[in-house]
Design a protein around this ligand. Structure first.
Ligand code: DGY
Length: 327
């Protein structure tokens, strides 16, 4: 028979993916990939590989800046396997006609689960006390030993009421919490629907027993929580961050925690990732720290990868992206 040559569309994938998802990609594209599971592609390799591809499948570990976008002479789409896209210069991509896509919705509930788990783990000192037990330092039961903070019936302040914020509200309501929220644009319709109240950031910080950050990272939200903001928080308050590390001034957070100005912090994200093991925050017993696992359930990570594949297929078939982020 006659072999019809469909135009070969080339893509580059920046990490090892589950085999069936790689197979899905291979059905549609000429695929090259960085084959390591745990190590990001070196920048020089990415700059080389990007030169002749039509699409890029990348992660938050890659910085897709102007240099990378310029090097991608044929590049039409950058599919990020994450909802956050602060690792990509979307403005330059847009100016160059490159579609950028992310993976919203599929990770909402999973990330809300982790954010709430981090809240509970911090409040009840799960990690710290488990470590103590394992080290044989339990001692004897005593009246105030290992005491933490209540969750049920307390006040939660959510900064950034997007999809994940709303999903956290549902969990908080099951714990009879009063929920305050702050977001750049007030969402009045949500207030009665979800039984939550709007508060300016300063007032939220003053009132909340738990402050949870669930907003995107940008130059606007960089160090949104610094010394001044931490000083507004209650002494028994716990700060939870499951969005991006750069939203908090980590030096200021260290000071506030070390001086017992706030009670604790539950962190999934850091300004530098992986967070260096000698980072001051990791020396504090009132910090519960996990390694950026918000979306890390098997089902959700697979759904994120599949959505990134769907986006590549759509754009390279000259159809609308499923979840574009370009304005
Ligand atoms: C995201 O999706 O933005 C997370 O940080 C990675 O899952």
């Amino acid at each position: 028979g006659v072999k019809i040559l469909t135009s070969t569309r080339k893509i580059y994938v920046t990490r090892k993916l589950p085999e069936d998802i790689e197979a899905r990609l291979a059905k549609h594209f000429d695929v090259r990939s960085w084959d390591e599971e745990d190590k990001p592609v070196p920048r020089e390799t990415l700059l080389e590989e990007i030169k002749d591809v039509d699409g890029l499948f990348c992660m938050i570990t890659e910085t897709i800046d102007e240099e990378v976008l310029q090097a991608g002479k044929r590049l039409k789409v950058v599919a990020n396997m994450a909802v956050g896209h602060n690792n990509i210069d979307v403005e330059t991509a847009t100016a160059n006609g490159i579609t950028v896509t992310n993976t919203p919705d599929v990770l909402t509930e999973t990330t809300a689960d982790l954010a709430f788990a981090l809240l509970m783990a911090s409040a009840r000192r799960l990690v710290e006390t488990s470590d103590t037990l394992q080290k044989g330092e339990w001692g004897a039961w005593s009246p105030m030993q290992f005491t933490g903070q209540d969750v049920f019936g307390q006040t939660l302040g959510i900064v950034g009421l997007g999809r994940i914020g709303e999903a956290v509200v549902k969990r908080a309501k099951g714990f009879d919490m009063d929920v305050l929220y702050y977001s750049r644009t007030r969402k009045k319709d949500k207030e009665s629907e979800l039984d939550i109240a709007y508060a300016e950031l300063d007032r939220l910080l003053e009132k909340a027993d738990f402050v949870m950050l669930l907003l995107p990272y940008s130059s606007e939200s960089h160090h949104l929580i610094g010394q001044r903001e931490l000083a507004l928080m209650k002494e028994n308050a716990i700060l939870i961050n499951a969005s991006r590390g750069g939203i908090i001034d980590e030096d200021a957070l260290y000071q506030a925690l070390a001086n017992d100005e706030i009670w604790g912090a539950g962190l999934d994200v850091y300004e530098q990732e992986p967070v260096p093991t000698d980072h001051p925050l990791l020396t504090l017993s009132n910090v519960t720290a996990v390694p950026h696992i918000g979306s890390a359930s098997v089902k959700t990570r697979r759904a994120m990868a599949d959505l990134a594949v769907d986006n590549l297929i759509q754009v390279l078939d000259e159809k609308e992206a499923v979840t574009p982020v370009n304005l």
